[in-house]
Design a protein around this ligand. Structure first.
Ligand code: CTP
Length: 416
């Protein structure tokens, strides 16, 4: 039996990046031999074992045959005669198909090191098509390896192959959980826009998130958005969210905040009036299709609905501000409200060609919320004992007053 380090760990090591997880490949062994050495099997049919002490993953060399479209259709073939090269040839990208043995020698039969130098994502062999998740992986790797010095691009032949796979309906067979897993990981990379560009270029975005795909080519007022194209704006927005190190829910909400612009009629394009309301149903559709976790879907929905209001906050009356806090459940979930403001900030700063503009609205809204929170609801209720119907209204009035006074005291610090 021979053991190799494979996959992302070897790739990252060659790129000079830190390595956290290691995957090992075992050539020339049977499952019985692995069990006899104390390795613990993972799952029932999958030829992967955990090392008894380190708990690293050790997979038996395998070749793979496809039986049905989509992600669930795999049959693994593994036996002690499968060679290192037979295993590597069925992997996704040449840069992920490099092996290193225990003595440190590199085995690179498919030119992975060359592609690392050329900064290319290139598929190893036609076996790439066996797993459509790989389209999403390539897009996710593009989001990760996009900033200098790792500005990778997709090899033309891989781009062509991915396009063919999408046209053959491969992406349609993917289960929502796998799609979300890759999209959410890609969103957390340093340049998420690259993931969406790669998916868009091969046609996969149109299948996975047509609501987002529809934004390219939709113009918006140049005085607000110098990049004009809504799709381009969205990519600047999501990259801004990444630059700020914002959380996944904030990045996802920023990505979807303007979906409504894809369905506003051309006569509304000068202002995109009403796009916030229109966007809500589209956000819901994306989240249902991809089974997006509640934390992300709720924030995306709220940001789509409220980002225009955030922009107008400084002109709002105290009672309108209070209605916004109530609608957003900001008294019970202030952190989520603050996250919505972060996503709205991405909308403001994720644009090209403008100097950094002043955007005091989040600070303003958080200040007003704090003033309203400071109202002692219990003390107000004391004045209306036995008159339950009046208590809620009295608390509202007290909060509106608190917001008004706070604004009078702080107005100068928010002038633009
Ligand atoms: N692999 C593959 N096709 C897939 C998933 C994985 O060919 N759909 C192979 C690749 O060789 C990959 C290795 O399995 O390098 C390990 O997969 P995984 O741990 O998911 O990815 P990494 O490449 O290690 O990337 P990451 O840094 O994101 O973990």
């Amino acid at each position: 039996m021979k053991i190799y380090s494979v996959g992302g760990a070897v790739r990252d090591e060659l790129l000079g990046l830190p390595v956290s997880d290691r995957d090992y490949l075992v050539v020339g062994a049977t499952p019985e031999q692995m069990l006899a050495q104390g390795f613990m099997p993972v799952g029932k049919d999958f030829p992967v074992f955990l090392h008894p002490k380190t708990h690293d993953e050790y997979a038996l060399a395998r070749s793979e045959r496809k039986t049905a479209p989509g992600y669930k259709g795999f049959v693994f073939h593994t036996d002690a005669t499968v060679t290192l090269e037979e295993d590597l040839i069925r992997r996704d990208l040449t840069i992920n198909a490099i092996a290193k043995d225990e003595a440190g020698s590199i085995f690179d039969p498919f030119g992975g090191q060359d592609d690392l130098r050329k900064k290319l994502f290139r598929h190893v062999s036609p076996a790439f098509v066996e797993d459509p998740v790989r389209i999403l992986r390539v897009a996710r790797f593009a989001a990760r390896f996009s900033l200098p010095p790792f500005d990778f691009s997709v090899a033309q032949e891989t781009q062509d192959l991915m396009q063919t796979m999408v046209a053959a309906g491969e992406v349609d067979a993917l289960v929502p959980e796998r799609i979300w897993q890759e999209i959410s990981r890609g969103l957390m990379e340093s340049k998420p826009s690259r993931m969406f560009e790669v998916l868009r270029d091969c046609g996969a975005l149109q299948r996975l998130m047509p609501e987002l795909n529809a934004l390219w080519g939709v113009p918006q007022p140049a005085k607000y958005h110098p990049e004009i194209d809504t799709g381009v704006h969205m990519m600047l927005v999501v990259d801004y969210a990444a630059q700020q190190g914002f959380s996944l829910p904030v990045r996802f909400a920023a990505l979807l905040h303007d979906l409504g612009k894809g369905v506003t009629p051309p006569e509304a394009w000068p202002s995109h009036h009403g796009h916030e309301e229109l966007g809500i149903a589209l956000v819901d559709a994306v989240c249902a299709r991809l089974k997006v976790p509640t934390e992300c879907s709720e924030l995306a929905r709220m940001t789509a609905r409220e980002h225009g209001n955030v922009g107008r906050a400084l002109q709002m009356r105290p009672n309108t501000l209070l209605s916004m806090f109530e609608r957003c459940d900001a008294f019970r979930k202030p952190q989520r409200f603050a996250d919505m403001l972060k996503a709205s900030e991405c909308d403001c700063f994720g644009r090209s060609g403008l100097p950094i503009i002043h955007f005091p609205q989040p600070r303003f809204l958080l200040g007003a919320l704090e003033a309203a929170q400071a109202v002692n609801a219990g003390a107000v209720a004391q004045n209306y004992l036995g008159q339950a119907a009046k208590i809620a209204e009295a608390i509202r009035v007290a909060r509106i007053d608190a917001i008004r006074h706070w604004r009078e005291d702080n107005v100068t610090s928010f002038t633009i």
